[in-house]
Design a protein around this ligand. Structure first.
Ligand SMILES: *[C@@H]1O[C@H](CO)[C@@H](O)[C@H](O)[C@H]1NC(C)=O
Ligand SMILES: *[C@@H]1O[C@H](CO)[C@@H](O)[C@H](O)[C@H]1NC(C)=O
Ligand SMILES: *[C@@H]1O[C@H](CO)[C@@H](O)[C@H](O)[C@H]1NC(C)=O
Ligand SMILES: *[C@@H]1O[C@H](CO)[C@@H](O)[C@H](O)[C@H]1NC(C)=O
Ligand SMILES: CC(=O)N[C@H]1CO[C@H](CO)[C@@H](O)[C@@H]1O
Length: 641
């Protein structure tokens, strides 16, 4: 056994000399639950045995070194990679501040100590960060894409990683950084290019919705991005760290998400890359247990199922000269004509933009590249499509600074319809009083400066938490913003219940109270007009200093667990008469701390209904706060997109 591992390791090392072919692997499933070693093993094995391939998909790109729901335990993808001889492009999450980056480094060095050369011989590269510069760019900020990092910080982190691995068996690992091609061509980021050994480029023609981006243009759009990155790379290698085309999801300008187009993109761009340029495709599977929108997975929600399309590269794929789908099957030509006749749903509002990759200078534009991209970025308004870092157990949001706790991260792509960025509700009451009517509109943009993105409920049961409507939907799990910059609902009743005074009805309160004896139930009334939209239950917990009109007391320990109740609370509800639990722990956070916002659960809005959620203390948490939408908002809200 030991022997065969060694032999296999040698073989893997040999593969690393050739161009890498692999997939991106998030650390969580689409419901936010952490992948275990066996899950990574199943995925890595599946990648190596995909019908239509010759077992070339032997490499895995990771986004974080940290196992889900832990502080700094090495990710269990490592032993899975050792067992399946999968080579690893490691990733350290770099947008959450020094303390969290230190945890990433700790996980890396612990893994080196724990697994030794079985692990380090599989390392083909280490990426310090992922799309951090993109998230810091105007486009990324407009897209509410979450906290990023500036070039100087990344250079510092790169040096930290170099010094952490020096003198270990991983000391030879090449260090890179992954970002969108638009970030690479931004001259302000040149220091990062100087600091890395290679550049990882993410580019998605599908999202380049400010140009003609139908499937027939996709291959040339992709290679324009690649060539533009090469042009600024100072001779360093450019790896393709993310690309792909969705099998389902919204149309982006001319780009139609469909299985046929995903196959065409694979045949043209994928087959032009595989074996020639290090490539990490997005993505093997993103649909377990629920299908995101858009969904890029080449496998649906059951890993053992056959791929959704034919993965065999046709002979024509690499020889055809134009970025057209002449090379692929007859299925795709109809997809192409669909795409080219498509209309532009987003253009009317002017609110949708690209995300990962801002507009590429199309082949028809012959302006110098950097000018073009700068112009197209700055002229791009707010966004409906974001690249988001999804975190399993705690997240994001920050008020003026970037203190965040990333337990585990993965890159997912969520796409909100235009309402996400355009509508501002006028509802909430300044005092969030029990059942008052609305008054002032929120002071919109001043509120949370960065914030972002979501976490899924750890329980795979979220879909049952929803409504009748969910059953008929095609289960698109989108995470609405963890801030109140878009449309949202505040609770209309806030009812504490106390096990120490089990028959006392406290009636509705201004304060949320969550202690070992007292839980608080929040009723939300969701308008019928929310039908078909996504609702995210969020818990916003800013730092005290960020509060203007509110306050909290917190004992600094523990977490919260949230139950969905089968019926709303009333003014008469007591501990003894709490409605039964419909879904236990639809979301839970082992530890919460000020400076974060938490997306507890996300699913299709239960439009027209009143929904009640009970927030329960875990781990000794004692928290009391004044529920308030004023800057910075604090408490339980439902954000809508
Ligand atoms: C260029 O990069 C800098 C530093 O990351 C960033 O602040 C700036 O907004 C970027 N500009 C554009 C147009 O993306
Ligand atoms: C895609 O574009 C690249 C770069 O121009 C080219 O080499 C390749 O042949 C194209 N692939 C197809 C299938 O057209
Ligand atoms: C998949 O595509 C290859 C190359 O075009 C072709 O030879 C093969 O017959 C196809 N397989 C199926 C099952 O359609
Ligand atoms: C609400 O909570 C705040 C913060 O803990 C506290 O200062 C205030 O006294 C509470 N209000 C009531 C009515 O209990
Ligand atoms: C004006 C208002 O918001 N009224 C709400 C008070 O709370 C009850 C129960 O949650 C709702 O039914 C009302 O619409």
């Amino acid at each position: 056994m030991h022997f065969s591992t060694l032999v296999a390791a040698t073989a893997a090392l040999a593969t690393t000399q050739a161009e890498l072919i692999g997939f991106n692997y998030g650390s969580t499933f689409s419901d936010g639950s952490a992948k275990a070693q066996s899950d990574f093993e199943a995925e890595f094995t599946r990648a190596q045995t995909l019908q239509g391939t010759n077992g070339e998909f032997t490499s895995a790109r990771l986004y974080t070194m940290i196992q889900g729901a832990t502080t700094d335990t090495p990710i269990s993808a490592i032993p899975a990679a050792i067992d399946t001889q999968t080579s690893l492009l490691l990733g350290l999450w770099a947008s959450a501040g020094q303390a969290d980056f230190t945890n990433e480094i700790t996980a890396l060095t612990s893994a080196i100590d724990q697994y030794g050369s079985d692990f380090t011989s599989l390392i083909v590269g280490v990426s310090v960060g992922s799309e951090d510069l993109y998230r810091n760019s105007p486009t990324g900020i407009a897209a509410d894409s979450g906290a990023g990092a500036d070039p100087a910080t990344l250079v510092d982190y790169i040096n930290q990683v170099r010094s952490a691995i020096s003198g270990t068996s991983a000391s030879g690992a090449s260090i890179g950084h992954v970002d969108t091609w638009t970030a690479w061509v931004n001259g302000t980021n040149d220091a990062v290019i100087a600091a890395v050994d290679w550049l990882g480029m993410d580019a998605y023609p599908y999202f380049e919705n400010t140009i003609s981006n139908g499937i027939s243009a996709a291959n040339s759009t992709f290679f324009d991005a690649y060539d533009n990155t090469i042009a600024v790379a100072s001779g360093k290698d450019v790896w393709v760290t993310e690309t792909g085309w969705p099998v389902s999801g919204p149309q982006e300008n001319d780009a139609v998400a469909s299985v046929a187009n995903a196959e065409t993109y694979w045949q043209t761009t994928g087959c032009s890359l595989f074996g020639k340029i290090n490539t990490f495709w997005y993505i093997l599977e993103d649909a377990l247990p629920t299908t995101p929108s858009p969904s890029f997975g080449i496998i649906g929600s059951t890993l053992s199922d056959a791929p959704l399309y034919n993965l065999t590269c046709s002979a024509l794929a690499s020889t055809s000269s134009a970025g057209v789908s002449a090379s692929s099957s007859s299925k795709t030509s109809s997809a192409v004509s669909t795409a080219s006749s498509a209309t532009q749903p987003a253009s009317a509002s002017g609110a949708n933009t690209e995300s990962l990759s801002a507009a590429a200078p199309g082949p028809e534009t012959s302006v110098s590249m950097s000018q073009t991209s700068a112009a197209s970025q700055s002229s791009t308004p707010a966004t409906g499509t974001t690249t988001s870092a999804v975190v399993t157990s705690s997240v994001v949001a920050t008020v003026g600074h970037t203190y965040t706790t990333y337990q585990t991260t993965l890159i997912t792509i969520t796409s909100c319809s235009s309402v996400c960025s355009t509508s501002k509700t006028s509802a909430p009451v300044a005092s969030a009083s029990g059942n008052a009517t609305s008054a002032v509109a929120p002071t919109s943009t001043a509120a949370l400066s960065s914030a972002s993105v979501g976490t899924a409920a750890p329980s795979p049961a979220t879909s049952s938490a929803t409504t009748a409507a969910a059953a008929s939907s095609s289960a698109s799990v989108t995470f609405c913003d963890g801030n109140l910059n878009g449309e949202y609902q505040y609770p209309h009743l806030i009812i504490p219940v106390n096990s120490a005074e089990a028959d006392t009805a406290y009636g509705t309160q201004y304060n949320g109270t969550i202690t070992p004896t007292t839980s608080t139930i929040f009723n939300f009334d969701l308008p019928a007009s929310y039908a078909g939209k996504t609702c995210s239950l969020v818990f916003l917990f800013p730092e005290q200093a960020a509060l203007e009109t509110s306050a909290f007391t917190f004992n600094g320990q523990g977490g919260i667990s949230v139950n969905e109740l089968s019926s709303p609370a009333t003014q008469q509800t007591t501990y003894d008469s709490v409605p039964s639990v419909a879904v236990s722990a639809i979301g839970a956070f082992e530890s919460v701390s000020p400076g974060n916002s938490y997306v507890v659960a996300s699913h299709e809005c239960n439009a027209g209904a009143t929904q009640a959620f009970e927030f329960v203390s875990t781990g000794g948490l004692e928290l009391e706060y004044f529920e308030d939408w004023n800057p910075s908002p604090i408490g339980a809200f439902i954000t809508v997109c």
